[in-house]
Write a protein that binds this ligand. Structure first.
Ligand code: NAD
Ligand code: GLY
Length: 368
C-alpha cells in the first residue's frame, strides 16, 4: 500500500510524493513512467553500499539504461568540488536533455544531485529517492537544492522541483537511531507550525516513530509531507508562508554554527532545541502562554531530543549567537527575524525582533 500526495499550486509542474514500503524495488517502474531516455543514480558511498544495487537493478529491469556516481557520505560533499565531479560524470556518461537524475540518499545527496540536475544542460529532470527521515519529511519536497561554501551553508543553489519523490519507509530500517531522531525533530516542527493534533499524536500514540517503528514513521511521513506540500504549493520561493518552515532554525543554526557544524549536535537536534527556545522566547514576550511553551518542550524532550542549552556540552556566548542569528557582526541593538508562536500549531514570522531582548533571553537560558 502506498499513499500519494500531490505537490502543486506554484509555477512549477505538479508532482507526486509517493510514501510507502517497497518503493526502492519499484523505483524502475516509477521512473520509467516518466519516460526518460535513461536514468542515472547519484548517491553517497554509504547509501550506495546498502541500497544502490536494489535501485540500479530495478531501473535496469524497467528497461532503462542506467549507472551510478557516488560521493563521500556527509555534509562536506555539498561542495563545488563534488558538484563538478557529478556534472563531469553525467557528461562522460553521455546523458542528454531527456535523461533523469535519480537522487538516492539523504538531504546531502538530494541537495547536491538536485543542483546538478538544475545545471546540467540548463536543467534536466530528477527524481528524489530520500533514504533518511529528514529527507523524506523535508528536503526531498519543495525544490530547494544547494551546496555550501566556506562562507556558509546552502549559499549556492537553485529552486528545481523534482518530477517525483519516492519515500520508502523500509529504507529507514538501516538508518542509525540518532539520524531517525534527528528527522523526527523536523516532524515535530511540522506539528508545532500548524497541526496541534498531529503534535499531540507524535507525543502519544505515534511516539514509537522516534525510535524507528515503521507504522508510526509511515503516518508521520505522510502527515509531514502533506503539511510541507501545502506550504510549498502556496509559496514556492519563500516570499511569505514558507518561511514558517524555519521554526527553530534561526536559534538552531546559530548553535550549529558555533559548534562548527560538528558532531556535538546534528541538524535535527539543533532544530529541536531551537523550537523549544522559540516557544520559550514567545512565552517570555507574552505571545503565547508559559503552559504552551512547556507542552512544546515536553513533546520534544519525550522524543529524546535536546530542549535546553544545558543539554549541550558547550559554553555558548550570547553575543556570538546573536551575531550568527543576524548573519553579520553588527546586529547588537539591531533587529532579527524569528518564527514565533501564539500556540502549538499557530506560528508567525516576526521580522522586527529586538536583538537586545533576545540577548537577555539567551543569558536567561544559560549563555554567557
Ligand atoms: P545526510 O544526507 O548526510 O545523511 C545522514 C547520514 O545517513 C549520511 O552518513 C548517510 O550516508 C546516511 N544514510 C542515509 N540514508 C541511510 C540509510 N537508509 N541507512 C543508513 N545510512 C543512511 O543528512 P540528512 O540529515 O539526510 O540531510 C541533511 C542535509 O539536508 C543538510 O545538508 C541540509 O542542509 C539539507 N536540507 C535541505 C533541505 C531542503 O529543503 N533542500 C531541508 C532540510 C535539510
Ligand atoms: N526546509 C525549509 C524549506 O524547505 O523551505
Amino acid at each position: 500500500m502506498t499513499t500519494t500526495i500531490l505537490v502543486s499550486g506554484g509555477a512549477f509542474a505538479p508532482y507526486d510524493v509517493v510514501v510507502g514500503r517497497g518503493l526502492l524495488k519499484a523505483a524502475g517502474a516509477e521512473v520509467a513512467a516518466l519516460k526518460p531516455t535513461r536514468a542515472f543514480i547519484v548517491s553517497d558511498e554509504t547509501v550506495a553500499a546498502i541500497h544502490g544495487e536494489t535501485v540500479r537493478a530495478s531501473l535496469a529491469a524497467a528497461g532503462l539504461a542506467t549507472g551510478m556516481v557516488t560521493v563521500p557520505a556527509g555534509e562536506a560533499s555539498k561542495s563545488f568540488e563534488q558538484l563538478e565531479a557529478v556534472l563531469d560524470r553525467l557528461l562522460v556518461e553521455g546523458l542528454d536533455r531527456k535523461s533523469m537524475v535519480v537522487a538516492l540518499g539523504g538531504g546531502v545527496v538530494g541537495d547536491l544531485a538536485g543542483l546538478a540536475a538544475a545545471l546540467f544542460m540548463r536543467g534536466i529532470d530528477f527524481v528524489q529517492v530520500p533514504t533518511t527521515l529528514l529527507a523524506q519529511v523535508d528536503s526531498s519536497v519543495g525544490g530547494k537544492t544547494a551546496i555550501d561554501t566556506p562562507r556558509g551553508k546552502n549559499l549556492i543553489g537553485a529552486f528545481h522541483q523534482p518530477r517525483r519523490v519516492l519515500a520508502d519507509i523500509e529504507a529507514l530500517a538501516t538508518l542509525p537511531v540518532r539520524q531517525v531522531r534527528s528527522g523526527w525533530a523536523e516532524v515535530l516542527k511540522h506539528g508545532l507550525i500548524c497541526d496541534a493534533a498531529f503534535f499531540d499524536w507524535l507525543g502519544g500514540e505515534g511516539a514509537a516513530g522516534a525510535s524507528g517503528d515503521p507504522d508510526a514513521l509511515e503516518r508521520a511521513v505522510i502527515r509531514s509531507v502533506e503539511i510541507k506540500a501545502q506550504i510549498v504549493g502556496e509559496d514556492e520561493k519563500e516570499a511569505g508562508r514558507r518561511a514558517l518552515l524555519n521554526l527553530g532554525h534561526t536559534f538552531g543554526h546559530a548553535l550549529e554554527a558555533e559548534l562548527a557544524f560538528g558532531d556535538t549536535l546534528t541538524h535535527g537536534e539543533a532544530v529541536a532545541l531551537g523550537c523549544a527556545m522559540a516557544f520559550r522566547y514567545s512565552a517570555q514576550q507574552s505571545l503565547c502562554s508559559a503552559a504552551e511553551a512547556e507542552r512544546a518542550e515536553a513533546g520534544i524532550r519525550a522524543a529524546g531530543l535536546p530542549t535546553r542549552l544545558s543539554d549541550v556540552d558547550h559554553n555558548f556566548a550570547a553575543d556570538a549567537l546573536i551575531a550568527r542569528m543576524a548573519g553579520d557582526k553588527k546586529a547588537e541593538g539591531g533587529r532579527l527575524t524569528l518564527i514565533l508562536a501564539r500556540a502549538i500549531g499557530d506560528v508567525f514570522t516576526d521580522k522586527n525582533v529586538d536583538a537586545g531582548a533576545v540577548r537577555a533571553f539567551l543569558i536567561g537560558e544559560g549563555a554567557a
